[in-house]
Design a protein around this ligand. Sequence first.
Ligand SMILES: [Zn+2]
Length: 67
Amino acid sequence: MSAYDNCFQCGAALGSDDIAINQKLVSRNVKEFMCIDCLAAYYNTTRAAIEERIEYYRKSGECTLFR
Ligand SMILES: [Zn+2]
């Protein structure tokens, strides 16, 4: 367990994909992570759109953040 297991906005528990998409969308060096719902709100998009990005990166197999 790391210090970054919860969304800093709403406190929701985060999985490794959630952490990875934060690093991908926000910054590789991001210290505070958001859950997918809060990321969607932050980027004024939908939860489904974020989940599609996660799926895309995972399937592409090119991003080392998604394994
Ligand atoms: Zn949240």
